[in-house]
Design a protein around this ligand. Structure first.
Ligand code: ZN
Length: 211
C-alpha cells in the first residue's frame, strides 16, 4: 500500500487505477471494494476480474512470507537508495524502525504458518488475514502470487520498456535525446514507428510467433 504521511481529512476524494486496463475509479471516501478492485502486497491496484486463482497451500505460504520480507526491503536502510528515497531525518528514523519490525513480524508469521494445518487456500487466506492482515481482508494486501502484475500475467508498458532498454544496452536519457534530435513532433516519431513496423512485417520469412 502507498503510505501517505501527514494526510488528515474527514472526507477525501480517492481514486483507484486498474494497472491492467488503465480504468480509473474515483469518488468521495471511495474504497477499493466500491471500485471493485484489489491491491497487492506491493501496491498494484487491479480489477477483480484479474485476481489469479491459487490452489497450492505450500506455494501460498512461502509467497506470504516472501512478500513481507520484500515489503520490508523497500525500506532497507542498508540499500544505497534509502537515504536518497527518504530525505527527511524523522521519516528515516521511522522507516528504519518499521523495517526491523516488519522483519520480526515476518519471522513470527513464518513460524505460525508452518505450525498450522490448512484444509485449502481459502482456509489459509481467511485465517492468515484474520490474524495478521493489516486490514483483516485479502482486498488490500493480495499476495504477489495472486496479483496479475507481480506474477507477470499482465506486463505493464513501463516494465516492458525497462526490459527492452536493458536488453538493448540503452540508457533512457540517451535514447530520448537521440529521438528529440531526429523528430520535432510526436506525429513524425509515430510515422517512423509505423514505417519500421511495416518494414519488419514485410521481411521475408518474418514470423512473430517464432521470432
Ligand atoms: Zn502486484
Amino acid at each position: 500500500m502507498k503510505i501517505r504521511l501527514g494526510f488528515v481529512s474527514n472526507s477525501s476524494s480517492s481514486s483507484f487505477i486498474c494497472q491492467v486496463t488503465g480504468e480509473v475509479y474515483s469518488g468521495y471516501d471511495a474504497s477499493l471494494s466500491d471500485a471493485c478492485m484489489y491491491c497487492c502486497a506491493v501496491g498494484h491496484e487491479f480489477g477483480e476480474d484479474f485476481l489469479i486463482d491459487v490452489d497450492d497451500v505450500d506455494q501460498l505460504i512461502s509467497c506470504l512470507v516472501d512478500d513481507k520480507v520484500a515489503y520490508a526491503n523497500e525500506y532497507n536502510p542498508d540499500h544505497p537508495s534509502f537515504a536518497h528515497k527518504i530525505r527527511d531525518e524523522q521519516h528515516r528514523t521511522y522507516f528504519v524502525k518499521r523495517y526491523h519490525t516488519i522483519l520480526e513480524d515476518a519471522a513470527e508469521q513464518r513460524v505460525w504458518l508452518t505450525e498450522q494445518t490448512f484444509e485449502h487456500v481459502d482456509d489459509l487466506l481467511e485465517r492468515y488475514f484474520d490474524k495478521y492482515g493489516e486490514y483483516g481482508s485479502l482486498r488490500y494486501e493480495v499476495p504477489s502470487i495472486m496479483c496479475p502484475i507481480c506474477s507477470v500475467a499482465h506486463l505493464r508498458d513501463q516494465d516492458l520498456l525497462a526490459w527492452l532498454l536493458a536488453d538493448q544496452g540503452l540508457d533512457r536519457n540517451d535514447l530520448v535525446n537521440k529521438l528529440k534530435q531526429r523528430h520535432s513532433t510526436l506525429s513524425s516519431l509515430r510515422r517512423e514507428v509505423d514505417r519500421k513496423r511495416s518494414n519488419e512485417a514485410s521481411r521475408p520469412g518474418f514470423d512473430l510467433e517464432h521470432s
